[in-house]
Write a protein that binds this ligand. Structure first.
Ligand code: ADP
Ligand code: MG
Length: 159
């Protein structure tokens, strides 16, 4: 029983090329509920592992037109897409939880938050819905996805 549950909440996916990473983002987006108020997706992985590629694919799949710049310098890139509020956040320059208020974190939590470098604030795992860990695998990448909340379990079935 516990083994079945663990399997249902975790999924590993080979991503042989960038197009596969983009497809992952698109499929996740397609499975999101209409109302993503308070949703949080953690995108962990070293530089160049594909975090922004996933986030960008999700934004475009949800209806964003035009570029989706990396929030590396702005820390937060806000989007209003078809009645949905999305924040693409990069915590690389954040040292700990105490600095989150400087990003207006309470307001951000009212949208769908896509978080790069979530390991800067380990406590986020207790609040988030989905954790995606991207690692280098030869010329490609591997994504290990964990549903942290029951409502995100359906997302894993999509990919
Ligand atoms: N599965 C993959 N295999 C090979 N290259 C990939 C894959 N996924 C993404 N890439 C490429 O790797 C780079 C990842 O960049 P980016 O998404 O900005 O990474 P991060 O945000 O993690 O620093 C991009 O050049 C992208 O085209
Ligand atoms: Mg990035």
């Amino acid at each position: 029983m516990s083994r079945t549950r663990a399997r249902a909440h975790r999924r590993t996916l080979e991503l042989p090329d960038a197009a596969a990473t983009t497809r992952l983002g698109e499929r996740l987006a397609a499975r999101l509920p209409k109302d993503t108020t308070g949703w949080m997706i953690l995108l962990q992985g070293e530089l160049g592992s594909g975090k922004s590629t996933v986030a960008r694919a999700m934004l475009h799949a949800l209806g964003h037109l035009g570029p989706a710049p990396s929030p590396t310098y702005t820390l937060v890139e806000p989007y209003e897409i078809r009645g949905r509020t999305i924040y693409h956040v990069d915590l690389y320059r954040i040292s700990n939880e105490a600095e989150l208020p400087f990003l207006g974190w309470t307001d951000l939590r009212e949208g769908l938050v896509l978080v790069e470098w979530p390991e800067r604030v380990p406590s986020l795992a207790a609040e988030a819905d989905l954790h995606i860990h991207l690692t280098y695998a030869g010329a490609g990448r591997e994504a290990e996805m964990t549903a942290l909340r029951l409502r995100a379990a359906g997302l894993l079935a999509a990919v």
